[in-house]
Design a protein around this ligand. Structure first.
Ligand code: UT7
Length: 340
């Protein structure tokens, strides 16, 4: 049985359902292939393809920033939703690569799109950030605090990549995805959500430099402390375990089984992780939407870009149950079941 709407503690009105009424995405023009990377570090197309499934990724121009990509994805979502920017009450940008530590990248997007009445903040939950932001948006809408929320996942990961480290530089790419959330009468929309974290594993995927603990100095920069550090194998194991548990938990909350799900949109980090989850959930891999071969891992943007592609290509249709499940540094994980 699906969760019944409760009354909102804030307004006393019945809790509202929340739907995604428009999606958008943007990826930079420049393509960096496995072949290109094999000229930069000791790697090969064969190694990257068999170990990750990635064939190429996009790279933002030197003067193209997270806010620029986020703005393009947002405008596309706004257009599809058929709303005006002035209707947006809240902008959430999930990112690990904000333009600056402050102000929030969401404020920069607000200014660019003319969402003059919106409150703005960034969400820091690494690769899981987009679904954390969807959960926050949902809470604000069901409680009648806000009507319309713009949620964006956007990253310029190539700006924090150590191009001498073959363990990480082959994995990441740049891009942005966006969604407009609002109550839509007669639709179930978001049926269930689950978010979780485990800080004891903070040091298996992190960027040590750039915060107050290790400020940017020439010495720290020489040691690449302002780039991604990752224990790949540890992250791999945690990712499979956490995404599997998060998928089961949200299906349980929704009162659905995996057979009810028309499309699974997972975090796009590694095809082997996705295959392991498909195997353990006992569903064919074809039921998963995968685009990591073209974009690599774009962290918070990954599931948002995949959602937009699945939506625009007709891979997901009205009435379909869609499961999204993500995992990232923190550790953080999240899952959402939506009736599209
Ligand atoms: O967004 C969430 C964050 N990230 C993830 O979800 C990533 C999770 N982890 C993974 O996807 C995988 O662990 C990796 C793709 C990062 C690595 O795959 P792996 O099968 O776990 O390989 P490994 O780290 O155990 O390395 C195996 C070998 C090593 O050589 P030796 O020690 O066996 O001689 C590495 O040095 O492969 C070597 N290697 C490479 N060789 C060619 C590592 N990177 C490369 C490379 N090209 N790019």
């Amino acid at each position: 049985m699906k969760r019944q709407p409760r009354s909102s503690p804030r307004s006393g009105k019945p809790r509202r359902t929340v739907s995604i009424i428009g999606t958008g995405s943007y990826t930079p023009e420049k393509v960096l292939t496995n072949e290109d990377l094999s000229k930069m570090v000791d790697t090969s197309d064969e190694w990257i393809t068999t170990r990750t499934g990635i064939k190429e990724r996009r790279m933002a121009a030197p003067d193209e920033y997270t806010s620029d990509m986020a703005t393009k994805a947002a405008l596309s979502a706004i257009e599809q939703a058929g709303i005006s920017a002035e209707e947006i009450d809240l902008i959430l940008v999930a990112t690990a690569t904000p333009d600056m530590l402050f102000p929030a990248t969401a404020c920069l997007v607000q200014n660019r799109i003319g969402a003059t009445k919106a409150a703005c903040l960034d969400v820091s939950a690494a690769c899981a950030g987009f679904l954390f932001a969807v959960e926050i948006a949902q809470q604000f809408i069901t409680s009648h605090t806000y009507e319309t929320v713009l949620v964006i996942g956007a990253e310029k990961l190539t700006s924090i990549t150590n191009w001498n480290d073959r363990n990480t530089c082959v994995l990441f790419g740049d891009g942005a995805g966006a969604a407009i959330l609002r109550h839509r009468g007669g639709a179930h929309g978001v049926i269930a959500t689950h978010v979780g974290s485990d800080g004891q594993y903070a040091d298996i995927l992190f960027m040590p430099g750039g915060g107050c603990r290790t400020p940017i100095t020439c010495e720290n920069a020489d040691q690449h402390l302002q780039t991604i550090h990752m224990s790949g194998k540890d992250v791999y194991k945690q990712a499979v375990t956490a995404m599997l548990a998060a998928s089961k938990k949200v299906l349980d909350q929704a009162g659905l089984t995996i057979d009810d799900i028309a499309c699974v949109i997972p975090h796009q980090a590694n095809l082997r992780i996705i295959e392991a989850i498909a195997d353990r959930l006992k569903i064919p891999i074809e039921r998963f939407y995968v685009n990591l071969d073209r974009y690599g891992n774009t962290s918070a943007a990954a599931v948002a870009i995949a959602l937009d592609e699945a939506n625009r290509s007709g891979r997901i249709k009205a009435g379909d149950y869609v499961l999204m499940v993500v995992f990232g540094g923190g550790l953080t994980w999240a899952s959402t079941v939506i009736e599209w």
